[in-house]
Ligand binder design. Structure first.
Ligand code: NAD
Length: 274
């Protein structure tokens, strides 16, 4: 029986690593109602029962391949897929005015601009990382970068993820870089060094550097280093289970229900905005 008070959630990319975590989180949440889940056209998962996908009881809802159904029925569509799927989901969110929670990383600058434009008419929540810890870290990094003079302190962001991750540096590493740049009142694009090799020359003052490691099943580790002379500050976060991202995302999805158009992030959800 449908309960109008329940928050109706749809999940794109439901058979993916995050998709399955999100599905389990929604099924376990008494405030949520699952309206469906999709995969790409031609996926071997299409047609399978959503409950069986995660070892739960049969739900009688099959994995679909038409995201329009989700955007029509859901209060919020939760989307952790691939950048190539983002454009169609953005179009559907805008067409139906459905709240859209976007966790996909590795988007192009053009896609980011389109998302910002669409948020003028549609509620969109976008975050490179949905964990509470990382969102606190963003604030700490901004504060440290503002306090430490750039001529004396070099900022380097190091991240590690599992060997199936397809983009680098991670969206979270870039978000930490942006937080550091904001602390210094500069644009990250103007000071970033996303990777290094060969004869690089000496490190320019004010540069914000990134280093990436990939291996095993690491859920996500980030460390922001502030190198001074004869001293170093290290602030970091380690995720040992991707369930934290799913839990944070569904918490945020519930927060989104009934919100007006806007471009929200986790700082808004957690009430950490200035
Ligand atoms: P994954 O490859 O395991 O899952 C992606 C899923 O999307 C796959 O099942 C794939 O078949 C599906 N998919 C692809 N195209 C689709 C389409 N057109 N329609 C529907 N489904 C489609 O990847 P993952 O580890 O789950 O990560 C997914 C994304 O989420 C990545 O960009 C990753 O960086 C990001 N991520 C973000 C956070 C965060 O907190 N923001 C945390 C973890 C992962």
């Amino acid at each position: 029986m449908s309960n109008a008070a329940l928050k109706k959630i749809g999940i794109t990319g439901v058979a993916g690593r995050m998709g399955q975590m999100l599905l389990k989180t929604v099924l376990a949440d008494p405030e949520c109602e699952l309206v469906g889940g999709t995969e790409y056209v031609g996926s071997p998962h299409v047609g399978a029962d959503l409950g069986e996908l995660v070892g739960a009881k049969v739900l009688g809802i099959n994995i679909g391949d038409n995201p329009a159904d989700l955007f029509e029925k859901a209060d919020v569509v939760v989307d952790f897929t691939l950048p190539k799927a983002t454009d169609i989901h953005l179009e559907l969110a805008t067409k139906h005015g459905t709240a859209w929670l976007l966790g996909t990383t590795g988007l192009s600058a053009e896609q980011d601009a389109q998302i910002s434009k669409a948020s003028e008419t549609t509620p969109i929540l976008q975050a490179a990382n949905f964990s509470l810890g990382v969102n606190l870290l963003l604030g700490l990094v901004k504060q440290a970068a503002a306090a430490l003079p750039e001529q004396d302190w070099d900022i380097e962001v190091v991240e590690t993820h599992h060997n199936q991750k397809i983009d680098a540096p991670s969206g979270t590493a870039l978000a930490l870089g942006i937080a550091a740049a904001e602390g210094r009142d500069v644009e990250l694009e103007d000071v970033q060094k996303l990777s290094r090799e060969g004869v690089t020359g000496v490190r320019p003052v004010g540069e914000i550097g990134f280093a990436t490691m990939r291996g095993g099943d690491v859920a996500g580790e980030h460390q922001v280093n502030f190198f001074g002379t004869s001293e170093r500050i290290e602030i970091g976060h380690r995720a040992s289970d991707r369930a934290i991202f799913a839990k944070g995302a569904i918490h945020a999805a519930k927060w989104m229900v009934g919100k007006s158009a806007g471009h929200y992030d986790m700082q808004d959800v957690l009430g950490l905005t200035d």
